[in-house]
Design a protein around this ligand. Structure first.
Ligand code: ATP
Ligand code: MG
Length: 370
């Protein structure tokens, strides 16, 4: 899939932006704080209706303005799509595909899939489990609409059950519905575990080879899925997992009431990343962490390709600056298929990306392209 062109009005620091892109590599370059990341963020927004660094859509609207507009001409599955997002300070955002208003953000992902790598992705390895769950969820949601539905349902149930557990002492009648919510959470949770286990298995097949080449054949990467302790085989059918989840819930019923929190379920899942048998979270160096995170992202991209026959658009923000020469070479070798957007500050880096289309950005304006 390819983003043919992009138009922005009052998005972040762009009063207006319009450009046509190459189906290959597009280099977005310029000094610090000019709007390079903002541009990648805009492309990503047209695929996920969310931003990796904004909590609220209103942050994306230019300071002092009430509306922002994003439009992308996208080619996917041999067809053309016009994707649009209208953001407004006072009202709900609106998403459109070929002029038809979309009901859910998931419908955008059905047209345009992106894989973004940004400096914050160091956290993917370093931080707590929530970051890795978010990575897994966003990958699986883009591949499996059924998972996206189950995840949304699980979140609703989780919030509801959390309210019951929080308020049951003041309102004992809430307990009447507790078991019903627990059962439904286990049913939906079993599906999540089943899908996550299969995706992590795929990721565990694809990532090590990428990471090995990336690290010059030196490092061995391995992934393990950590979920609810009673689940003996997360790859088992959801029915089997359900029974094991119910057993866990049963044994934690009292503890949940006392703690007034949901203690049992896949909302605490994690994916452990190991390098040469050691926990990457605890022991990996900055460069290793970066390489491992990028390997996971490139692996996700490859899995999308294997599943759908199309390369997702790859968005690489500031990826070259902190890699050593060999690792840089490797990244550049890896991005010869599919469409890629890559940001950089230095003309020297630009030279390494010879043959690509370049877009020079200054103060939220496109000042040149070649
Ligand atoms: P770096 O090389 O440092 O990563 P960059 O070119 O990627 O820089 P961006 O992160 O894209 O820079 O941000 C450029 C500028 O956009 C920042 O100076 C920021 O103040 C500005 N900016 C962010 N949000 C808004 C907004 N809602 N309205 C106007 N300007 C904004
Ligand atoms: Mg940036």
């Amino acid at each position: 899939m390819i983003v043919r062109s992009l138009t922005l009005d009052f998005f972040r620091n762009y009063p207006h932006f319009g450009a046509e892109f190459s189906p290959g590599v597009n280099v977005i370059w310029g000094e610090n704080a000019q709007g390079k990341t903002n541009l990648l963020e805009a492309v990503a927004y047209l695929s996920t209706a969310s931003s990796h660094r904004a909590r609220y859509d209103r942050e994306l609207i230019q300071f002092g303005v009430d509306h922002a507009f994003l439009q992308g001409e996208v080619e996917a599955r041999g067809r053309r799509f016009t994707l649009e997002a209208r953001l407004s300070r006072g009202a709900r955002r609106q998403l459109f595909s070929n002029g038809v208003r979309l009901k859910t953000a998931g419908e955008l992902a059905g047209v345009l899939t992106t894989v973004l790598f940004c400096p914050e992705d160091l956290w993917l390895i370093r931080e707590g489990a929530a970051v890795r769950r978010r990575f897994l969820d966003s990958c699986i949601c883009q591949l499996r609409p059924r998972y996206a539905e189950a995840l949304a349902e699980y979140r609703r149930l989780y919030e509801h059950k959390t309210r019951i557990l929080r308020d049951w002492e003041e309102h004992p009648s809430l307990l009447d519905t507790l078991d019903e919510f627990s059962l439904r959470m286990a049913q939906t949770g079993a599906l999540l575990i089943h899908y996550r286990a299969h995706f992590i298995r795929r990721l565990g097949e694809v990532t090590p080879a990428i990471h090995r080449d990336f690290s010059g054949g030196r490092e061995k990467l391995a992934l393990t899925y950590g979920t609810v302790s009673t689940v003996t085989d997360p790859l088992a059918p959801a029915k089997t997992i359900l029974e094991q989840l119910l057993a866990h819930q049963e044994s934690h019923r009292r503890a949940e009431l006392e703690a007034r929190q949901c203690l049992s379920g896949p909302h605490k899942d994690d994916m452990e990343v190991e390098l040469d048998g050691l926990s990457a979270r605890q022991f990996a160096s900055q460069g290793q962490t970066r390489t491992a995170a990028l390997s996971l992202k490139l692996a996700a991209r490859e899995i999308f390709y294997q599943e759908t026959g199309e390369w997702p658009v790859l968005l690489l923000d500031d990826v070259l600056s902190e890699l050593d020469g060999k690792r840089q070479e490797y990244v550049l070798k890896r991005i010869t298929s599919g469409q890629v957007f890559i940001t950089c500050c230095e003309e020297m880096e630009l030279a390494r990306l010879g043959g690509a289309r370049t877009f020079r950005i200054r103060e939220g304006t496109l000042v040149g392209s070649s």
